[in-house]
Design a protein around this ligand. Structure first.
Ligand code: DP6
Length: 361
């Protein structure tokens, strides 16, 4: 598929004066990490993530026809409050996607958005947020051109969401999404995410992700600054090769159900991501003492009980604890008795693998 195939071409005379659409899009947690990108928002290596279920963004757009405008006219509300400081990011997003969805220039928008996870939880909402907004816009396209196939709809959604935030490309479908071209993964592309089409063992069905909120503050390093750290990084090229090798290893593991191998790939990916930040210029340590306390407790628990619990991290101090459905009782007991003491105000979120975004209205 070429990028030009994703440009909207009016094929119908449908008229859309005004209306509204609502979508709920999930967050995702990368098993193999995307860290390092080039223009326009293309990943330096392939990545794969579990789509989440509970952590999501609910977005409604109200649109009405206005005078065609160079700059798209919109207001944005977050949790019922007008948020002008969110505008620059969305303006940039509209600017990037306009050539593929030219009809947006004919409308004025009111965007209302909220997250299902608590405000200031330190959980990035850009993936779910950009995915939900994109899907609302694409619902307009579907109204203008009802013949658009589901396949093209979801591909284009991922393609556009990527232009808002790279990881948003993985927040459209589920339960496992690959983003980034990989010679061993058929149909994989730098332009959009695809559903992982390999065999997935029973062990990974309904996998759990409990998110321990170690630090609920603003991100210390924005994702743009973070990805830029990989430009001219001494280890960057090797890291991109390693990530692509890990993609092959994890595909095999997902097929065989080998949980020990899954653990070693996933934890190594998390620590490698943080090592990249520690060895860049400028350098950062995004883990907090409690992040390490949690990791050590997880390792001790695994040693003692032979559990298949493991952790992963994104670009911050919070810890995602991954575990299979059949261990949910024992791991929940362990989390409550030994880990939540390391969370800010004892806060944590229980989530699990989900199946992608849903249209609400
Ligand atoms: C560490 O998608 O937030 O979570 O493309 O600049 O918006 P932008 O970055 P973003 O980066 C996510 C990085 C990560 C790893 C991952 O999700 O793969």
């Amino acid at each position: 598929m070429e990028q030009n195939d994703l440009i909207y071409k009016p094929t119908h005379s449908k008229i859309l004066e005004d209306g509204s659409f609502t979508w709920k899009a999930p967050s995702n947690i990368a098993l193999i990490k995307y860290w390092g990108k080039r223009e326009p928002q293309l990943p330096e290596n392939a990545s794969i993530s579990f789509t989440l279920d509970a952590c999501s963004t609910l977005t409604t757009i109200n649109f009405s026809k206005g005078l065609p405008n160079e700059n798209i006219d919109f207001d944005i509300y977050f949790e019922d409050e007008k948020k002008d400081d969110f505008k620059p990011k969305i303006e940039k997003f509209f600017e990037r996607i306009k050539q593929y969805v030219p009809y947006i220039s004919d409308y004025n928008f009111v965007i209302k958005t909220r997250n299902t996870f608590p405000h200031s939880s330190g959980i990035a909402s850009s993936a779910s947020g950009m995915a939900a907004l994109t899907l609302c816009i694409l619902s307009m396209e579907k109204a203008l051109n009802p013949d658009i196939s589901d396949e093209l709809f979801y591909k284009k959604a991922s393609f556009l969401a990527r232009l808002g935030s790279g990881s948003a490309a993985r927040s459209i479908e589920g339960p496992l999404v690959v983003w980034g071209e990989h010679h061993k993964i058929e149909n994989s592309s730098d332009l959009f995410g695809i559903k992982f089409s390999g065999t997935v063992h029973e062990n990974f069905k309904n996998y759990h992700d409990t998110i321990l909120l170690v630090d609920k503050g603003e991100k210390q390093v924005s994702s743009t600054v973070g990805h830029n750290l990989m430009n001219n990084h001494s280890f960057a090229q090797q890291r991109f090769v390693q990530a692509n090798e890990n993609m092959i290893k994890i595909s095999e593991t997902l097929k065989t159900g080998d949980l020990k191998s899954f653990i070693s790939i996933v934890e190594s990916e998390a620590l490698t991501l943080h090592s990249m930040m520690m060895t860049s210029h400028p350098y950062f340590i995004l883990m907090k003492p409690n992040t390490l306390e949690i990791i050590n407790k997880i390792w001790a628990f695994r040693e003692k009980t032979n559990s298949n619990i493991c952790f992963t991290l994104d670009a911050g101090a919070n810890v995602h604890i991954l575990f299979p459905e059949k261990e949910k009782e024992s791991v929940n007991d362990f989390i409550i008795s030994e880990l939540i003491q390391f969370c800010q105000n004892n806060h944590y979120i229980c989530d699990r693998v989900g199946f992608g975004a849903r249209q609400i209205q």
